[in-house]
Design a protein around this ligand. Structure first.
Ligand code: HEC
Length: 125
């Protein structure tokens, strides 16, 4: 009996330790698709850093690898959001070229954040 209660004590501690990790799962395992929805999505804080990392190298500023399709200003990014090609391309929807070209598909969490920005009216916030 003693051993069993000791064992369940250890299991409880392991369980509690494990749940600490769970809180940070989005940061530890970004591909898990678990999103921290407590952080509001904004163009400057959420969308631009993401597009900078995955898109602007080909589409931004003077980059020439983006097939002449511009990104990197609010006007160009919003236009892409409004015509559906921003989300369509990163979600690999049929009828759109899959983006980022030659790279891995963005995570479910990243897709959800872009969708939230687009659905919210792609504001310049
Ligand atoms: C390695 C370069 C490269 C990267 C990185 C890249 N693109 Fe592209 N993208 C292209 C090229 C080249 C085209 C034009 C040819 C085509 O459609 O495949 C294009 C086309 C597009 C189009 C038009 C496709 C359509 O079906 O209308 C959109 C929208 C787009 N890219 C969005 C993005 C987004 C958003 C990202 C980042 C998540 C991104 N691209 C990353 C090279 C790139």
């Amino acid at each position: 009996m003693k051993n069993i209660s000791k064992l369940s004590g250890i299991l409880l501690i392991l369980f509690l330790l494990n749940s600490c990790y769970y809180d940070k799962e989005d940061q530890l395992y970004p591909s898990s698709g678990i999103c921290d929805t407590s952080i509001p999505v904004t163009y400057t804080a959420t969308i631009v850093p993401m597009l900078q990392q995955y898109c602007y190298s080909c589409h931004g500023g003077t980059a020439t690898l983006g097939g002449g399709i511009p990104m990197g200003t609010y006007a160009s990014d919003k236009a892409m959001a409004v015509n559906g090609s921003l989300y369509g391309s990163i979600a690999h929807a049929s009828g759109y070229s899959a983006m980022p070209k030659g790279g891995n598909k963005l995570t479910a969490c990243q897709l959800a954040k872009v969708k939230q920005w687009v659905d919210g009216g792609s504001l310049n916030n």
